[in-house]
Unconditional design. Sequence first.
Lengths: 41, 433
Amino acid sequence: MLTAIFESIHIYGLAAVISIGIAAMIKVIAVALTRAGTSQP
Amino acid sequence: MFSQWLDMFQGVDTLLESSLLIASARIGLIVLGALLIYMGTKGILEPLLMIPMGFGMIAVNAGVLFLANHQPGTLFVDPLVTEPGQLIDIMQVDFLQPIYTLTFSNGLIACFVFMGIGSLLDIGYVMTRPFESMFLALAAELGTILTFPIAVAMGLSYNDAASIAMVGGADGPMVLYTSLMLSKEIFVPITVVAYLYLGLTYGGYPYLVRLLVPKKLRMIKPLPPKKPVKPVSAGVKLTFATVACAILCLLFPVAAPLFLSLFIGVAVREAGLKEFTTLLSGPILYGATFFLGLMLGVLCEANTLLNPRIFPLLCLGILSLLLSGIGGIIGGYVLYFISGKRYNPVIGLAGVSCVPSCAKVAQKCVSKDDPGVLILPQALGANICGVITTAILCGIYVTVIPKLNPPKKTEMPAHAKVEAASSRVSPVAPVLH
């Protein structure tokens, strides 16, 4: 039971880190490509 | 004379010859099938899934006949067959066996549904507010996380606990995929439970919203953005889909088919491939949904559902969905307080990834109190992120959980299951029939 609780926290933490990483990646892609688009003549 | 008459109508004969428990279960499931059709037609449950499922359930429990050695059976599907030679024979008799073997037991049908969903998703909503949407989606995974230790405490193995916990992700194909990878023995009951409950979200979640969010808060209008929001270009969305697919496949190769299916759907839409978009969002999505419903129905045989392991799955499935809904609303409340009480907490419910039902439910709940409140764009953003977080959790569960169970002598190790699933031989364990 304790192992299961520990694993749940571990899995949720891992999912949170990856999800936030993906959100950050979305932001970077959106900002970078929008800037690249606006800097073109 | 009477026995000759019964020989002619073997559905009735098998009913009379079976035990009282099996006979009453068969009649009960025929009635349940009819009820699903009725509720699907009335829009209480999802009609696209429930009508084929109800028909399958009725036919498989009514159409039982005597096969070789006077053994009762049906001409629909036999999930027990594992030997390649036997499989070829069965495919020529059971008319749904080819669909089961070639699309269901290897997860292809789940991938088809995901391709269709991907081609319908506009990830522009996510790209304008990625952190907010992802936060709500993570909060709405509460059921997926909390149900796992509860299920273990109730005596389920880690694999089975992870599979039933995925119901909290509220994504049918993902539950199907996880249970195929982790709990081959009980993937039919888990998937049936999941789809039945997912059908209930449309009817049940509004009560949860009314219970947890006061009317005053339900009527909060979203704040207009400080700067005018530029529409996200198709190129940006395509880049995101490509990079996200590559990274997630790299991190969780076991769930790579699901990631590929979702993001290829998104890519096809954003690349402007109209013919492929029409194919994925039309024939592929609806064809897969139809056969998924039909297959789930014909797998609902009395013997399968009389499995004593079903009852805890029924309880855990509903608990998982309930906790996810509560988690989403808690996430909405967190943003409500962070934003200085100007954020509508109902949007949090859309973090539950049943696309687009939960976003529509959230909008329906607020529209009932104030038709002028439009939360659908934010809700869709959270909803799409819900799909991504559920896919991530599916990948983590499928990768991490088998490592917690030391492989037993009688159990196929996880990597062998994956290999078996990728081979053309159906590795179904003999518990269901």
